[in-house]
Design a protein around this ligand. Structure first.
Ligand code: SF4
Length: 377
């Protein structure tokens, strides 16, 4: 089986944990933690490579993968070059934080093939940065962006809205600052408060739901005016610069994932690596791979996910012919009541064989996507 053309690699170390973060993260105390991790990651990548076609996209996420030293980056490069065919990689993204992007390391990442940086900005408001437990300043953001753009790397900025005590004015100022940096891509996420985080243990003064919706609508308006294409519910890009790697997720296509807590999808199975480092290391040493134990995904679940994810693509939409080829049935056969009703209500639009959310439906998309649970089979 050699179908997956995308690879996600999770590098879980950070210098500290941000107050909202519920990713699989470990605080880095000494560089040897990364060396040990790479030893096990190598075993994982070797086993996974049996399922890989020549790769087209690679995504190094975390954690803070940019914490690796030049030597560690070279070691990772060697591993990847030995185990995968990287000659066709079009997009290679590295997640980084503004306070830690040393030039020597950046050069080593570029030598490996990195051509896109996803920068965790979150907000330009210094007080909110402190509230979030971030350790960068607005000046760090400007400096990191200068360095990335000087190397002509594709740049994406991540921002969060709906933060504690965040006003519409503060959000508007963050948007102004982000637009001034002329990044190729922007990902804007509404804050989610997870129980096992610092935020989850606090009584936070969060904006009301209608204020958070107003923040999203303001972003839609400002970014469109500035020439960005709103191509996915939470993502905007300059023309021709959408994320190729994330499109694989939204199209519900196969991808490989390596590293602690990483989730992958291939051969019709979803799998997840152990989320504890100890369990991950033991699995790697014993050659116990989660994809071997994963059950085939039920058809109804595969259909639901393909619709939920495909409708997130606002320009491209859900390709109905591709859906039919994949599932051997039409979308209408799967949703004989829901589909005509949502079309009639104007929440969905059908054109050129693609189904899309209508612009008015985008801010309330969660409720509309939830209608696609339980297809008729
Ligand atoms: S830098 Fe990113 S991954 Fe690390 S703790 Fe903060 S939000 Fe989580």
């Amino acid at each position: 089986m050699s179908e997956a053309r995308s690879l996600y690699i999770h590098l879980p170390f950070c210098l500290h944990k941000c107050h909202y973060c519920d990713f699989v993260v470990r605080v880095l105390h000494r560089p040897s933690q990364i060396d040990r991790y790479l030893e096990h990651l190598m075993l994982d990548l070797q086993a996974l490579s049996a399922f890989a076609a020549p790769l087209q996209t690679v995504y190094l996420g975390g954690g803070t993968p940019a914490l690796l030293s030049v030597t560690q980056i070279q070691r990772l490069a060697e591993m990847l070059q030995q185990t995968f065919d990287l000659r066709q990689v079009q997009e290679w993204t590295l997640e980084a934080n503004p306070e830690h992007l040393p030039e020597a390391e950046l050069a080593a990442w570029m030598q490996l093939g990195v051509n896109r940086i996803s920068l965790g900005v979150q907000t330009f408001d210094p007080l909110l940065l402190a509230t979030c437990g971030r350790s960068h300043s607005p000046a760090d953001i400007a400096q990191a962006v200068r360095l990335i753009q000087a190397h002509q790397l594709n740049l994406s900025l991540d921002l969060i809205y709906g933060l504690p005590d965040q006003s519409l004015q503060s959000w508007s100022e963050s948007l102004t600052a982000a637009l001034a940096l002329q990044s190729d891509h922007l990902s804007l996420y509404a804050l989610e408060v997870h129980p096992d985080t610092v935020f989850g243990h606090r009584n936070l003064p969060l904006p009301e739901d209608d204020e958070t919706v107003a923040m999203y609508e303001l972003a839609c308006e400002r970014l469109t005016q500035a020439g960005y294409q709103h191509y996915e519910i939470a993502n905007w890009s300059q023309p021709g610069r959408p994320s190729r790697h994330n499109r694989v997720y939204w199209q519900n296509q196969p991808f490989l994932a390596a590293g602690v807590g990483a989730h992958g999808y291939f051969a019709g199975r979803r799998y997840a690596h152990a989320a504890s480092l100890r369990a991950y290391y033991l699995d790697c040493q014993a050659g116990l791979w989660p994809w071997d134990a994963a059950e085939p995904q039920p058809l109804s679940e595969a259909i639901e996910e393909t619709v939920f994810l495909g409708l997130r693509l606002l320009i491209e939409g859900l390709d109905l012919r591709a859906f039919e080829r994949r599932f051997q049935r039409s979308l209408l056969a799967c949703y004989p009541d829901v589909l005509p009703r949502l079309l009639k209500q104007g929440h969905l639009l059908l054109a050129d064989g693609h189904l899309r959310l209508s612009p008015a439906a985008v801010p309330v998309s969660n409720g509309i996507l939830a209608e696609f649970l339980e297809p008729v089979l």
